[in-house]
Design a protein around this ligand. Structure first.
Ligand code: ADP
Ligand code: ASP
Ligand code: MG
Length: 466
């Protein structure tokens, strides 16, 4: 068995879905289990629609545009005999979406639970279309709504999977289908609570759905079909000479995705590592390329560096004051506040003088956390023992990633040397003890130059770098 996950661009048009059908048909002998994303940009549109409704604006024109896009796709892809029922399924779902949007508009209230319900329509619309398109291409196939199988807690928009219950349901539900020669087409990204309330696993998490299904059913491999030839030495939109990596380890892939390589969702590696199932990243639009193999092994490279990745739209929260020295509860109160406000922290730095602590977070959370910290530390600020809590916006984090960096001297010197030579100011630096990456913060205006310079200084576009 093989899990094959097709991302948004891979199912984003009639031509793309035809390619998907051809790929699945070619690999039918491997017993494929298909996981699909929403058609490209549909999840973004659904989020916008929900927000528009919440502001009291009528989003029905945009819902209609979604209906037309799916209708056109059905008409072009699906045989006459199945077309009417495919259209009916699609239109019923659009009617349900309209009712929900109407409710949001009346209440002018949008909870994370409602965001998940609205967001789930993308995959719920695409999966039946793709399953029917596969049947049109003579591949016996059935759509599967993952909400029946992937059970989660109620942390809406980032739900945690209940692996015990999910394993029980996926094993008993999918195995008979597969043994019967059918190809399940499963909605990525979505799940539901034990009470049956719709949840989602986080943006971009259809990759994670694929890994969950693969690890539960112990498939031979998990293939992530996307729109690039594999995991690359840098984001190809930033570095024109970025190169496809033939082979990286689970740890390297996790580190790259955590530090901004959008090609994989960071959680994807967790279930795969547990069962030691290899992940392969492949290009739907260039299927003869071998792609990138992600497994327990890694190949040596120049100084152990594999890739340079980056995260945009960040800000630095700076807490400064002489009397932070000798007050060990300051970090505890700081993290209690970020945890209470559910603010993810990307990087933490503290100078040994303990004069200041810096947190790197998403820019959108900046003002909110500064206000919360000013409340938490009001007393210290009044006394003057804590001087400032401030935010520095327009920042990016850049990470140099590679398993072989561990114990290799000179990587930091080379990285910071090249940036210094070109006058790029480094605002903060962090390196975890795992030595899988060195990360640093620069101004957004320096992003492209910084990534390109570091990429080239480690000769990552050169041949022989795996
Ligand atoms: P999908 O819709 O198939 O899930 P995504 O858009 O989520 O695809 O991820 C693929 C995109 O990730 C590529 O088009 C590429 O622009 C971007 N990307 C960013 N960093 C990297 C990287 N290091 N290697 C490959 N792709 C990357
Ligand atoms: N459709 C979801 C998103 O855009 C999940 C995914 O595509 O992986 O976030
Ligand atoms: Mg993706």
């Amino acid at each position: 068995m093989i899990v094959m996950k097709f991302g948004g661009t891979s199912v984003g048009s009639v031509d793309a879905i035809r390619r998907v059908a051809a790929i699945v048909k070619t690999h039918y002998h491997l017993q494929p289990i298909v996981v699909v994303s929403a058609m490209s940009k549909v999840t973004d549109t659904l989020r916008d629609i929900a927000e528009e409704a919440c502001r009291g604006h009528d989003p029905m024109d945009r819902v209609e545009a979604l209906r037309r896009r799916h209708e056109v796709t059905i008409n072009a892809l699906i045989d006459q005999e199945e077309r009417a029922s495919a259209l009916a399924t699609c239109f019923d779902m659009i009617d349900e979406l309209k009712n929900i949007c109407h409710g949001i508009m009346l209440l002018q209230e949008l909870s994370p639970r409602s965001i998940d319900l609205v967001s789930s329509f993308g995959e719920r619309l695409s999966a039946p279309i793709i399953a029917t398109a596969l049947r049109t291409h003579d591949v016996p196939s059935v759509p599967v709504d993952a909400r029946e199988y992937i059970k989660t807690d109620g942390r809406y928009t980032e739900a945690e999977v209940d692996f015990l219950e999910t394993t029980r349901r996926l094993s008993s539900g999918l195995k008979p289908l597969i043994n019967d020669g059918k190809v399940p087409v499963i909605t990525g990204f979505v799940g539901s609570t034990s009470e049956g309330v719709t949840t989602t696993l986080g943006r971009g998490a259809s990759d994670y759905t694929a890994a969950i299904v693969g690890s539960v059913l112990k498939t031979d491999e998990i293939w992530i079909w996307t729109d690039v030839d594999g995991a690359m030495t840098a984001d190809p939109r930033i570095v024109a000479n970025a190169r496809v990596l033939e082979n990286i380890s689970y740890h390297e892939a996790a580190e790259m995705s955590y530090f901004g390589a959008k090609v994989l969702h960071p959680k994807t590696m967790l279930p795969a590592v547990k069962q030691q199932i290899s992940i392969r990243i492949r290009n739907t639009f260039n299927p003869t390329e071998p792609g990138t193999l992600i497994s327990g092994d890694t190949m040596p490279t120049t100084m152990g560096v594999k890739a340079v990745t980056s995260i945009d739209q960040l800000c630095l929260i700076m807490i400064e004051g002489g009397s932070l020295i000798g007050t060990p509860d300051t970090p505890a109160r700081l993290f209690k506040t970020t945890a209470e406000h559910k603010i993810p922290i990307i990087m933490i730095t503290q100078a040994s003088s303990e004069h200041d602590i810096c947190l790197l977070i998403n820019e959108k959370d900046g003002q909110r956390i500064v206000a919360a910290l000013k409340t938490e530390f009001r007393h210290e600020m009044d006394l003057g023992s804590l001087e400032t809590i401030s935010v520095q916006p327009n920042l990016v984090a850049v990470a140099v990633v590679g398993q072989g960096m561990k114990g290799t001297p000179g990587i930091a010197a080379r990285t910071f040397g090249i940036l210094g030579e070109h006058g790029i100011n480094i605002i903060a630096i962090a390196q975890g003890s795992s030595e899988l990456n060195i990360s640093f913060v620069v101004a957004r205006s320096d992003l492209q130059r910084a990534v390109q310079l570091v990429h080239d200084s480690f000769k990552l576009s050169g041949k022989g770098v795996s």
